[in-house]
Design a protein around this ligand. Structure first.
Ligand code: ADE
Ligand code: ZN
Length: 338
């Protein structure tokens, strides 16, 4: 029998919750800062890593937005995304749905076109070199206004056929999903799929709002849904995918220890949980490490890990026939490695 690490890396899987800006490694931060002539408030890579101790989501976001300042050119976005694809190809990722935060860049004067064209060229290259498919999720920053979100959707118009979905991220508390109901409805009218961070720090009511007022296709995180039995029933009945992020939950103090993580409870309840990396450069690991850490801490067995991988395909925005192909390949791989 292959060891756990080989099993996890070999398991074909999709990543559904990844902020591309959150894959900016400290070494890359220095390289981009140097080539763009941007000053950064750190003396060394070790200095940067030492700053990554977060008490909550906002602590992290402050550092994450500051880090993104080194991203200036189309080439930077291409290189950032390509480094991510190269890494996760080795983690068994065959499909990735990546979020990007255009407002983080357009508010600094970076053209929307440079951000998205850099990402799209890396996506095409990942398909060519790794056979990996990918999709883009345009995420609105929820601490900004509804009007700003509408302007961002308008800026995205020329690329709407290359964007799979819109999402909602940034500071959750005090910025309930209902603030974005109209912009999500407009995105749906353009044929985009919908996701939203909800229940990471925010209460179960925010998850209800994401379902009822935003009409999302997926919930990002969703941990606090467990506090509400009726909500759990709704999520199970609707087979709603939850994009759980194990190391993120640990680093942002959503759980005290990984052994306290409710992933096994989620699976036992019939919730369609998946495992993802969120912001791997900041939280200590890419997707395989997220699977490995939670498998060890919560004593997940291989059938449970296979369920998490299966859920990553059924919860993806791939066409139905592509999902069927991925599930067949997953089953074949499991038959060969059990
Ligand atoms: N932006 C990047 N990572 C995030 C997270 N975990 N929650 C909210 N916004 C984010
Ligand atoms: Zn996230």
């Amino acid at each position: 029998m292959i060891d756990l690490d080989a099993f996890i890396r070999g398991l074909p899987k999709a990543e559904l919750h990844l902020h591309i800006e959150g894959s900016l490694e400290p070494e890359q931060m220095f390289a981009f800062a140097r080539r763009n002539g941007v000053a950064i408030p750190y003396a060394s890579v070790e200095d940067v890593r030492a700053a990554y101790a977060f008490g909550n989501l906002q602590d992290f976001l402050d550092i994450y937005y500051a880090g993104a300042d080194v991203l200036r050119t189309r080439q930077d976005f291409h290189d950032l995304a390509m480094a991510y694809f190269d890494r996760v190809a080795a983690d068994g990722v065959v499909h990735a749905e990546i979020m990007f935060d255009p407002q983080t860049h357009t508010m600094r004067g970076i053209p929307f076109a440079d951000v998205i064209e850099g990402l799209l060229s890396a996506m095409a290259q990942a398909q060519g070199t790794h056979g990996m498919t990918s999709a883009l999720i345009l995420s609105f920053l929820r601490h900004l206004s509804e009007e700003d979100a509408f302007e961002t959707l308008a800026a995205a118009q020329p690329w709407l056929d290359r964007i799979a979905a819109v999402g909602l991220d940034s500071s959750e508390m005090g910025h309930p999903p209902k603030k974005f109901a109209r912009v999500f409805a407009a995105a749906a009218r353009h044929g985009l799929r919908l996701v939203a961070h909800a229940g990471e720090e925010g209460p179960p009511d925010y998850v209800w709002q994401a379902l009822d007022l935003l009409q999302v296709d997926r919930i990002d995180h969703g941990n606090r849904a467990l506090e509400d039995d009726a909500l759990v029933k709704r999520l199970v009945d609707e087979a709603m995918t939850l994009t759980v992020c194990s190391l993120s939950n640990l680093k942002l103090c959503v759980v005290d220890t990984l052994a306290d993580h409710p992933i096994d409870h989620m699976l036992a309840l019939g919730l369609h949980a998946t495992i993802n990396s969120d912001d791997p450069a900041y939280f200590g690991g890419y997707i395989a490490e997220n699977y490995r850490a939670i498998a060890l801490a919560c004593h997940l067995d291989r059938p449970q890990l296979a369920t998490l991988a299966r859920n990553s395909f059924t919860g993806s925005f791939l066409p139905k026939d592509a999902i069927t192909v991925h599930l067949k390949r997953l089953d074949a791989w499991l038959a060969d490695h059990s």
